[in-house]
Design a protein around this ligand. Structure first.
Ligand code: AKB
Length: 313
């Protein structure tokens, strides 16, 4: 059977870029993008899906004979704290719907995006290992731990081929992230290109694991295409890109915009960031399916500034 892929949450920061990458790889006619609303600039097949609706996911999966699902819909860490029970409900319900539809409809492979938010105070802050103790302090993090365990459960109990990575903060120029603790690392580049001052909601020295969007998309497709026997972790894999603090990214930006100004007004997101790793040990992903990041902070900065300048011109 030929590959037909459903992307749920295709309008989000990762979903948009992933959909395009999958379209180039498999052909537009093989990719079904979906989200709560159709985007005006959406290009290819699009289906409106509210992933809390089990029947609607099933209908689309059966209609297109979907063989793979990438489930990207979720409420992120900072936004999630505004309404913890709603966040829990949406993040878990949508994921269980996807797993159950996949089981019933014999979907071959499923992708689940986990996050560095699964870690909490009991995990080592530096080079956090894949199998560190997980005691997250945000509802988003709790939902991701839970989601990872459900992924493993469906794999063990039903043989469903679910694969997952723990994304660091993702930096990309194509769209703005919505509601995360790492969002500052995208906003800062927009402000630099617009010659505006940036007020950062984290302290200057708060280092967090980050990754450039191209690396994140490549990791996602690589894990999904890896031979099944190479996937040994069925909860989720750590992947690292590069770790940096707001002060470090501001200093890189000043190489291109010497007058760039930043000040710091930490808010509740500082507490979230302080509970997360500073850097990640991704040796299991490297060993099992050959993961290797390409972008360092300078490559990210150069690319972000170049692409955003072109967008704003
Ligand atoms: C967030 O900040 O909530 C996300 C994440 C690290 O999962 N970017």
């Amino acid at each position: 059977m030929s590959t037909t892929i459903l992307v749920i949450g295709a309008n989000g920061q990762v979903g948009r870029v992933l959909t395009e990458a999958l379209q180039s790889k498999y052909g537009k006619e093989r990719i079904i993008a979906s989200d709560l609303r159709e985007r005006e600039d959406s290009n290819g097949i699009f289906e409106v899906i509210d992933a809390t609706n089990f029947d609607r996911i099933k209908e689309v999966v059966l209609q297109y004979k979907v063989t793979q699902i990438y489930h990207l819909a979720a409420i992120l860490s900072a936004k999630g704290e505004e309404n913890p029970l709603k966040t829990w409900d949406i993040n878990i319900k949508t994921w269980l719907n996807v797993l159950e539809v996949s089981r019933i409809c014999n979907v071959e492979k499923v992708f689940y995006p986990s996050s560095i938010a699964v870690f909490g105070n009991s995990a080592p802050r530096n080079n956090t290992p894949n199998n560190a103790y997980l005691d997250p302090a945000t509802v988003y993090g709790i939902s991701k731990v839970d989601g990872e365990n459900w992924a493993q459960y469906y794999h063990i109990k039903y043989g469903l081929d679910v694969r997952s990575i723990r994304y660091p903060g993702i930096i990309g120029y194509q769209s703005l992230p919505g509601g995360g603790t790492t969002d500052y690392a995208v906003d800062i580049y927009h402000k630099a290109v617009l010659n505006e001052m940036f007020t950062c909601f984290l302290n200057e020295d708060t280092a967090l694991p980050m990754i450039f969007i191209d690396d994140a998309i490549r990791a996602t497709i690589e894990i999904m295409e890896a031979p099944v026997e190479s996937i040994k972790v069925r909860t989720s894999y750590n992947i690292a890109g590069i770790s940096f603090s707001p002060k470090e990214v501001a200093s890189e930006i000043r190489e291109l915009y010497p007058d760039f100004k930043i000040d710091y007004k930490p808010d509740f997101r500082q507490d979230i960031a302080e509970g997360w790793p500073k850097s990640i040990d991704d040796s299991e992903a490297r060993m099992d399916w050959g993961w290797k990041p390409k972008y360092d902070l300078w490559a990210i900065t150069e690319t972000m500034i170049r692409e955003l300048k072109a967008q704003y011109e």
